[in-house]
Design a protein around this ligand. Structure first.
Ligand code: ADP
Length: 380
């Protein structure tokens, strides 16, 4: 704090003293004067006073009484009492109850008072710095505690992730190895169909492994994705995602219905949107009902006040109520209908969080599932 910004309030009922004090110190400090304690309180309410120098003998109350009254509301203000020698009992009370910094005897000597004010100023600055340091330390401490909690949680997730990955990889690898040894040791007269069956099972396990590894890579890419915001052409984006599934029966066994009504420019991360749409489409295909004719995936999108609302509805096998709250968890699978990794919707959740979006679902067993997305427009 610079000297000229140090604000001193001088309280004294004698106008001459006020004038002399102001004249003596106004060049070095910001001086406020009050001829009674009412005026002094008003000044305290409206100004950031750092030091109060109060006369002890005043008509309506003593300086010590005045300081006692204001100490709770202004605890940081440094307090000095000016007094005659005879007031020692009051001064002891002031030191004990109000924590005055110094008391000076009247009439004051200018050099003495200057030194006392400067030392009070240093005291005030140290106290304020200390207070700031404590506040900063508390903030840093809270941040550290939070980071620590986050790290603990991440560590737990990482452990779980590593365990699950090794488990998910080991299962098909063990099956492949087992089948491979069966083939290797098969009797020469084994028939062609048996060998074909073994090969088919090996192929299934390799596909499972491949699906799993691709999901893990997709998860890692989504997690470390560098966001790139651009204007989204929804129709084009949906068409691109749908086309990727042509080899998997879209256009043939599965019909796509689209109703895209985007009336305002929409900015978002196309990469993350693609990740979400691909996974939802893939699930709608994977969990289609074999008895359906046709299987339908209905995609609707429209502009909202904050961005875009989009839904993906299928008439597939549906998700039983008791599993619906878990399907976004890592590695969670609600059935064994497919070779899924249980990572698809977890990746969707990750991408949704990165877009500050919301996802929800409605599903009925044997009737179908609809996923609803509310995606806010990003800022460029
Ligand atoms: P998976 O690799 O098993 O498909 P996901 O994380 O993508 O994993 O989905 C989790 C589970 O949610 C799936 O195992 C499936 O049971 C259920 N599920 C997801 N989407 C659908 C859907 N459209 N229809 C029926 N079930 C679904």
């Amino acid at each position: 704090m610079e000297t000229e910004k140090f604000n001193i309030l001088y309280v004294d009922d004698e106008e001459d003293n006020l004038r002399i004090f102001k004249a003596s110190f106004r060049r070095q400090f910001n001086i406020f004067i009050a001829s009674d304690t009412h005026i002094a309180k008003e000044i305290l309410q409206t100004n950031d006073i750092h030091l109060i120098i109060s006369d002890q003998r005043m008509p309506e109350k003593t300086g010590v009484e005045f300081l006692e009254e204001i100490v709770t509301d202004f605890p940081d203000v440094v307090r000095i009492i000016l007094t005659a020698f005879s007031d020692t009992t009051d001064i002891i009370r002031a030191i004990n109850k109000v924590g005055i910094y110094r008391y000076l005897t009247k009439p004051w000597d200018i050099d003495d008072l200057t030194m006392t004010i400067k030392s009070a100023m240093n005291n005030f600055m140290l106290k304020r710095q200390n207070k700031d340091l404590i506040v900063n330390l508390q903030i840093i401490n809270e941040e550290l505690t939070k980071t620590n909690e986050d790290l603990k949680q991440r560590n737990k997730e990482l452990d779980e992730y590593v365990y699950r990955i090794s488990h998910e990889v080991r299962a098909p690898v063990s099956s492949i190895l087992g089948l491979f040894y069966l083939l290797k040791n098969h009797e020469n007269n084994s028939d062609f169909t048996t060998i074909q069956n073994y090969l088919h099972l090996i192929e299934q396990n390799i596909i499972k492994l491949d699906v799993f590894i691709r999901s893990v890579l997709q998860y890692s890419a989504t997690k470390n994705f560098e966001s790139q915001i651009e204007e989204v052409d929804f129709d084009k984006l949906i068409n691109e995602c749908v086309k990727e599934f042509f080899p998997y029966g879209i256009n043939d066994k599965i019909k796509i219905e689209k109703d895209i009504r985007i009336s305002q420019p929409f900015l978002s991360d196309v990469g993350l949107l693609k990740t979400i749409f691909r996974n939802l489409l893939e699930n709608a295909i994977k969990y289609a009902k074999s008895t359906n004719s046709p299987n339908i995936i209905n995609i609707q999108a429209h502009s909202t006040e904050k961005g875009v609302a989009i839904s993906f509805a299928d008439n597939g096998i549906g998700i039983p109520k008791q599993y619906q709250s878990k399907i976004f968890d890592m590695f969670y699978r609600a059935n064994d209908y497919s070779n899924g990794s249980g990572l698809g919707l977890y990746i969707v959740k990750l991408a949704v969080e990165r877009l500050n979006a919301q996802i929800s679902l409605e599903s009925e067993e044997d009737k179908g599932t609809t996923f609803f997305l509310e995606i806010p427009c990003a800022t460029a």
